[in-house]
Ligand binder design. Sequence first.
Ligand SMILES: Cc1ncc(COP(=O)(O)O)c(C=O)c1O
Length: 368
Amino acid sequence: MRLIDLRSDTVTVPTDEMRRAMAAAEVGDDVFGDDPTVRALEERAAELLGKEAGLFVTSGTQGNLVSQLAHLGRGQETIAAENSHIVMDEAAGHAVVVGTSVRALRERPDGTLDPVEIDAAFRDPTDPHEPISGMVTIENTHAHSMGQPLSVEYTTEVAAIAHRHGVPLHVDGARFFNAVVALGVPPVALAGPADSVTFCLSKGLACPVGSVVVGPRDFIWRARRGRKLVGGGLRQVGVLAAPGLLALRDGPSGMIERLADDHENARRLADGLAEMTAIESPGGIAQPDAGPLDPDRVRTDFVVFKVARSRAAFLDALRARNVLMVEYPHGQVRAVTHYGIEADDIETTLAAVAAVLRETAPATAGTQ
Ligand SMILES: Cc1ncc(COP(=O)(O)O)c(C=O)c1O
């Protein structure tokens, strides 16, 4: 029976075309700048997001890390969202490697930070006691708010605040193209206000490895040096960059346009789940109001909810039916749609969830 793996959009496997491109890729020593496939990918990424230059890195985490190394000096501070990947999920690289602190602000349920709070979070540069504010970062899409896309207007507003204080805005755009597609805006428009953007090839774009950082040429030079520092200078790495070039093609042959299918499938999944009384609001910033799951919260490829059962037993029983979802913070369950998940898989998943809820129904409760 086919496995329906909804744990993350990172579980995709490369297409046959990607594997052929990997085998045929023209390569060179990228530390010498000799790999034509890597160079082509970096140029394509920069062009697509309207920036001067790009840098191929091993992962989204490395992209954020080298961006911080390039933007910040030791003892500086980044203003960031408290549930963001940079703050929660990157092993405190900002502190360990970059030597900086984070001023973490609470997100709103739409994934944004309050601009007034961002403005107020800047330290007093004349006070020798305080850290020196050095960067603002936002996450787009914003994972913990159920993958909300952040608008061009919001990005522009945050960039204006950052720039007024003389610091750059970095966008952790691990799922930047999901935001582009959900908002229906050109990538250049969404990236435009930011000084630097990292996006992942290995998530919705279905590549096996890698992310790209884009920004001004001098920033990319410093990021390249930072990448070397963290051991990310690779050699004939065009074999890994080749799928990225395919993914970033315009139109139906690329992997960007089709993200709309993932969003539609996620919405279909949420619509079905919302009809089941044991599927509940995930709470917190993913959906602040209690009660049933609200499918309108699903704007991109994430569906997050709580289940009125033992979460571990629910996930195990789903696994026994060849459907995988994953535990998410605060007692939540997450399902993510991606390349390889079809509309039929959503119907199969909904049937599996309904069956599991029936099987695991408390003796006193009614059936699902
Ligand atoms: C918002 C966000 N940023 C960065 C990353 C890091 O990406 P990677 O796993 O490639 O290091 C992730 C990974 O899930 C993410 O969700």
